[in-house]
Design a protein around this ligand. Structure first.
Ligand code: NUP
Length: 211
């Protein structure tokens, strides 16, 4: 079954915990990025630890290998189970993230094509395909690919095979969960759940769709 990953981009610690708790029976993981961590602190990972769900740090790590390693070590020490890294900084840099993740018993996912309209300026023309190959070479656990372009997911699936594909862009960005859920291992949903009048109901609806 396709996983449902809640993207928790709210700025208030208490509200973040409430939404995650309400949605928790219907979701498979929680993804946290800079907005919540910068607003609430890295300790939010511990606050959400009681949910018993994997926590993914969407930090899109993109630095030199040594700095990537230092960042990822902090991510896993803080209690995260997975990290998202960029691949465009090169094989050595991505490999540093994968190594740090695996040394901590965690996972690393590499962004190979982003979901917003401007992403086509740089990711198209062969770059996403190269990044997908890089993710395979680095032994990343999976890739991030755009729910807004299901045709692209299919192209990237050819390259990564059975590696996990997690896909943001469902709902608020226009991606159709019914179509995308058939192509990927997990859909990532943010605003369509946390901005819904009842996030628990919205999460249940997405959980039903993905089956
Ligand atoms: O290509 C990407 N697109 C994207 O939206 C890569 C991402 N990591 N994301 C993230 O997924 C984005 O930063 C946000 O945290 C989430 C999508 O949220 P929403 O559009 O469902 O609200």
């Amino acid at each position: 079954m396709t996983e449902l990953i809640l993207s928790l981009d709210v700025l208030d610690r208490k509200r973040a915990v409430e939404i995650a708790e309400a949605a928790s029976p219907c979701i498979d993981a929680v993804k946290i990025g800079y907005p919540l961590v910068l607003a609430a602190g890295l300790g939010i990972a511990r606050d959400l630890g009681g949910l018993g769900l994997p926590l993914i740090a969407d930090f899109k790590v993109a630095d030199i290998p040594n700095t990537n390693r230092l960042i990822c070590e902090q991510v896993f020490a803080a209690g995260f189970d997975a990290v998202i890294a960029h691949g465009f900084t090169g094989t050595d840099a991505a490999r540093a993230c994968v190594a740090a993740a695996h040394d901590s018993g965690g996972a690393c996912y590499v962004v190979v094509e982003m979901s917003h309209p401007g992403a086509t300026e740089f990711f198209h023309g062969g770059t996403a395909e190269r990044l997908a190959n890089l993710a395979v070479d680095c032994r990343a656990d999976g890739i991030i690919a755009p729910a807004t372009r299901p045709d692209r997911i299919s192209v990237l699936r050819e390259i990564v095979g059975s590696k996990a594909i997690y896909s943001p862009g469902v709902g608020a960005q226009g991606g159709d969960p019914e179509i995308v859920a058939r192509l990927v291992d997990g859909i990532i949903v943010g605003r369509s759940i946390y901005e819904a009048p009842d996030p628990a109901v919205a999460a249940r609806e997405f959980a039903r769709i993905r089956r």
